[in-house]
Ligand binder design. Structure first.
Ligand code: ATP
Length: 305
């Protein structure tokens, strides 16, 4: 089995008594992956990141980083292997990139001056190293923030919505940089986003969160496959046996009865109307029609965002 760099079990957290903001979250981030943590605004991505980094205190559950239970004792050792960019980086605007990196290096242990030049090269800021930050674009500032996160040569990089607010050129540069980091150094990258298109372009794995709950977690390849699968529909009618017999001539796959409900798989939503028309033509009363795998719905809501 793939080694996991981040693993949470039954992770729960609430900001207030009346609402669960993170509910029984099971996150599995494989070593060497680019893991996209995808969810609409307010779904709990930033909160989860804060819980992983120990910036918020969980109500219950466990966080395991690099195979080690994250707690007061292991905290510093474990965090030494993590670089994070979770908000816009706080930079000294009147100083240049080199000086900003030197200041950050002073807060950490054993960062050589050659490492400062190395991280500048990695994020493509070597040529702009002597420019003052106030002359930097937002994309350049984000890349410098990433360079700071890279100083201690982390095994895991956590990026919270790193392309937010960037122009198309900045987005492409950040995307390329993330892939490059993963490929060149094998760094595991955990990246949150509310855009499915962004995750599809950059990531190898995906976890989809909504209302603090994990809805789907797998490789991006499997996600693409499941997007093409049928929609599962459940229909409640007054006479299921008659309904089943009325529908049997339809060339649809998997029509069955479960607990008195008609189960049917359709290729698209128009086919649902077709099914309803047939049932109504037979004077069968329909009480409820529900889509069971709401993955398709979820993708739509995410891409429309
Ligand atoms: N400091 C806070 N105090 C109280 N509630 C909070 C706080 N921060 C976030 N929340 C709530 O927790 C839930 C999850 O928010 P969170 O910021 O983690 O979502 P997100 O997916 O990162 O969204 P966004 O991309 O908009 O930041 C939301 O309902 C939000 O309103």
């Amino acid at each position: 089995m793939n080694q996991l760099v981040v693993e949470t079990k039954n992770l729960n957290f609430s900001y207030s008594k009346d609402k669960k903001d993170i509910e029984d979250l099971e996150l599995k981030v494989p070593k060497g992956s680019i893991y996209g943590f995808l969810g609409p605004n307010g779904s709990g991505k930033s909160t989860t990141i804060r819980l992983i980094l120990g910036l918020l205190k969980k109500n219950s559950g466990t966080v395991v980083l690099f195979g080690e239970l994250f707690n007061g004792q292991s905290r510093l050792k474990v965090l030494n292997k993590v670089g994070a960019l979770i908000e816009n980086p706080s930079l000294y605007e009147h100083l240049n990139a080199i000086d900003n990196l030197k200041i950050s290096a002073n807060y950490r242990q054993n960062i050589s001056s050659s490492r400062i030049l190395e991280v500048l090269e990695i994020v493509n800021l070597t040529n702009a190293r002597n420019k003052r930050i106030k002359e930097y674009s937002l994309g350049m500032k984000q890349r410098l923030g990433l360079a700071i996160a890279l100083l201690s040569n982390p095994e895991l990089i956590i990026l919270d919505e790193p392309t937010n607010g960037l122009d198309p050129k900045g987005i492409i540069e950040m995307r390329t940089l993330i892939k490059d980091l993963n490929k060149r150094f094998g760094t595991t990258i955990f990246i949150s986003s509310h855009l499915l298109s962004e995750i599809e372009k950059t990531c190898t794995h995906v976890g989809i969160i909504r209302n603090g709950k994990m809805l789907y977690q797998d490789t991006v390849a499997s996600l693409k496959e499941s997007k093409g699968t049928n929609i599962k529909v459940e229909i409640e009618v007054d006479n299921p046996i008659e309904a089943l017999s009325a529908l049997k001539d339809l060339k649809m796959e998997h029509i069955s009865l479960l607990d008195g409900f008609i189960q049917i798989e359709v290729k698209n939503k128009n086919e649902i109307t077709e099914v309803i028309d047939i049932l109504r033509a037979e004077s069968i009363n329909i009480y409820q029609v529900s889509i069971k795998n709401n993955l398709e719905e979820l993708f739509l809501s995410l891409t429309e965002n």
